[in-house]
Design a protein around this ligand. Structure first.
Ligand code: UD1
Ligand code: MG
Length: 435
């Protein structure tokens, strides 16, 4: 395989009509990452060198979303959406350079792995001219069906053009196709648009190559690897498959999940071995959790670093820039944003800590609020090591509380408190005898 040149063409120009969306389908996200980026990352991971991306709707945004370090993507514009074969021909200049193998894959088939590409290329190197990646499914609606006689692939029939009987076929076209690069242009040029949609269907290449006596074969892939996304119900199914796959990988690598089906991961969530997740935890992008941390039930976490031996939740929200250092604790109904919670510090109940630093072993009492926003700007709150903030205190930023200091419960702190001090900022209690 090493000595065969290969061009991989990714089609992402479509209008995405069935998504009923204000943006291109391939920009819709799976695990927080646009569908098209899942495809291009996989190509980069399997060492693809020459890749062409065909753009149409939302071309600039799709181009940006598709960029991955280490993969050079040559882009082509399909100015009118006239079908998948027409889209491939938009990359004509690349095909004309002459490759041994030409692979086509679709931007709306985001879970594809390297395996089917490799299998298809092996068939080309064994001398076949067109290799279709097919799959077996119990929900064939919407897919092109593989028409086979005596085990030989003779055509691919699109749903709209299929007869009643053909629609009952459960072996479908994944959209991944490999073509002998020496024949590709000649075959593609002969594809017409005489079908129900009036489009140039790439899938017609099968019948055209067959008529020339070329060798056309299909290779089977697993449905979970090649499932396509045409509407939002399918998007949700793909998300579910992605989540299942990733949760499984993480559990096998040492992460405990009590109810894995209730945990939602982002494409980049990093969980170390011996992390424990209780039920109903959601990870947005940019989260790292180190060994031994326990995330209790019902937490929403994004953009956060959670060090070893920490405890989070239940019912905690960690927002971007939250950094929990080793052994610290953020408990129930607390929100932490852009804040350092140093070693062993505790924010246990009903607090908001934003744009702040909390010193080592400090204790933040229930209901403490850092008032970080004055309506125009955000300001910082610095709380020293071993400080004790009494319950229901408001710390009006910018403000500093020194090491070892104590703030009395119910205080509204507007001025700095030095180290080793005791601050009261509340009205004194008066008690009057009733007659
Ligand atoms: C296509 C296949 C079908 C297969 C299914 C697998 C054809 C004719 N049909 O159908 O056999 O079972 O994928 O998911 O190929 N695109 C363009 N320009 C166009 C049209 C489409 O770039 O003019 C792109 C789309 O952005 C998309 C991909 O090609 O990423 C597939 O197009 P789509 O309209 O989704 O085709 P399907 O109906 O899913
Ligand atoms: Mg599709």
């Amino acid at each position: 395989m090493e000595n065969r040149s290969c061009l991989t063409i990714v089609l992402a120009a479509g209008d995405s009509t069935r998504m009923k969306s204000s943006k291109s389908k391939v920009l819709h996200k799976i695990a927080g990452l646009p569908m098209i980026a899942h495809v291009t990352r996989t190509l980069a991971d399997v060492g693809v060198k020459d890749a062409a991306l065909v753009l149409g709707r939302d071309a600039d945004t799709v181009r940006e979303a598709a960029a991955v370090p280490g993969l050079s993507l040559e882009t082509f514009l399909q100015s009118e959406r006239l079908g998948t074969a027409h889209a491939v021909m938009a990359a004509r200049a690349a095909i004309e350079r002459g490759y041994d193998d030409v692979l086509v894959t679709y931007g709306d088939v985001p879970l594809v792995t390297g395996a089917p590409f490799l299998a298809a290329r092996e068939m080309l190197s064994a001398g076949h001219d067109v290799v279709v990646i097919g799959f077996e499914t119990d929900k064939p609606t919407g897919y092109g069906r593989l028409i086979e006689t005596d085990g030989q692939l003779v055509a691919i029939r699109e749903e709209r053009d299929a007869s009643e009987e053909e629609r009952r076929i459960t072996r479908c076209n994944s959209g991944l196709l490999a073509i002998n690069g020496r024949l590709a242009l000649e075959l593609l040029e002969r594809i017409g648009n005489d079908n129900a949609k009036g489009e140039y269907y790439l899938t017609d290449i099968v019948e055209i190559a067959k008529a020339d006596g070329r060798s056309v074969v299909s290779v089977q892939a697993d449905e979970s690897e090649v499932i396509g996304c045409n509407n939002r119900a399918e998007l949700a199914v793909i998300e579910r498959i992605w989540q299942q796959r990733r949760r499984h990988e993480l559990m096998v690598s040492g992460v405990s999940m009590m109810a894995p089906e209730t945990v939602f991961l982002s494409h980049d969530t990093e969980l170390a071995p011996d992390v424990t997740l209780e039920p109903n935890v959601f990870f947005g992008p940019g989260v790292t959790v180190e060994a031994g941390a326990v995330i209790h039930a019902y937490c929403h976490i994004e953009g956060a670093r959670i060090a070893a031996g920490t405890s989070v939740g239940p019912f905690a929200r960690l927002r971007p820039g939250a950094h929990l250092h080793a052994g610290s604790k953020v408990g129930n109904f607390c929100e932490v944003k852009n804040a350092e919670i140093a070693e062993g510090a505790k924010v246990n109940h009903l607090s908001y800590i934003g744009d702040a630093s909390v010193g080592a072993a400090a204790n933040i009492g229930a209901g403490t609020i850092t008032c970080n926003y004055d309506g125009v700007n955000k300001h910082r709150t610095e709380i020293g090591a071993r400080a004790f903030i009494g319950s229901n205190s408001a710390l009006v930023a910018p403000v500093k509380i020194g090491d070892n200091s104590l703030v009395a419960a119910g205080s509204t702190i507007t001025r700095n408190v030095p180290a080793d001090a005791l601050a009261f900022a509340r009205s004194r209690q008066t008690v009057k005898e009733r007659k």
